[in-house]
Design a protein around this ligand. Structure first.
Ligand SMILES: Cc1cc2nc3c(=O)[nH]c(=O)nc-3n(C[C@H](O)[C@H](O)[C@H](O)COP(=O)(O)OP(=O)(O)OC[C@H]3O[C@@H](n4cnc5c(N)ncnc54)[C@H](O)[C@@H]3O)c2cc1C
Length: 121
């Protein structure tokens, strides 16, 4: 995250961002005594305001048969377990670039099709 901040500051220092009068916001955190902009300052600020933004995904990653990190197959069946599917944000192999709620609803819709496909034939 520190590297990410360094990168963001570099981006802010580019001509195009300067032409847009972009400025680094000087946020003060009471418990961060280090000089603003120092590594210590950023580390303290991360520990103070770091958050997940509530969009966790990927703990039961969907993937092909030969992917040892995948928990469910493309039909959302748990590998090695009979009669169990997972259908929620946890099956996303990587996080979506947009918000996670609509894709979660899509996953639910998709699994209802998959269950019907299996059981109505
Ligand atoms: C504060 C907040 C704001 C958000 N804002 C947005 C937003 O603006 N836009 C957006 O797209 N996404 C937003 N999200 C993310 C979105 O809500 C989630 O991506 C989505 O709800 C994930 O769906 P899910 O079915 O995977 O999990 P969840 O919605 O968390 O559903 C899990 C369900 O499982 C139940 N459960 C848990 N354990 C058990 C158990 N042992 N037995 C039975 N039931 C169990 C829980 O009670 C819950 O109902 C936000 C999330 C939060 C927390």
């Amino acid at each position: 995250m520190l590297k990410g901040i360094e990168h963001a500051i570099k981006l802010g220092d580019t001509n195009i961002m300067k032409s847009l009068e972009a400025e680094l916001e000087h946020l003060k955190f009471e418990n961060c005594k280090a000089e603003f902009g120092s590594r210590e300052y950023w580390e303290c600020s991360l520990r103070t305001v770091g958050t997940t933004v509530y969009h966790p995904v990927g703990t039961c990653k969907m993937g092909p048969e030969d992917d040892p990190t995948a928990v469910v197959d493309p039909q959302l069946r748990v590998k090695g377990v009979k009669g169990l599917r997972v259908a929620d944000a946890s099956i996303m192999p990587t996080i979506t670039s947009g918000n996670t709620n609509a894709p979660s609803v899509m996953i639910g819709e998709k699994v209802s099709d998959l269950v019907k496909q299996t059981w109505l034939h």
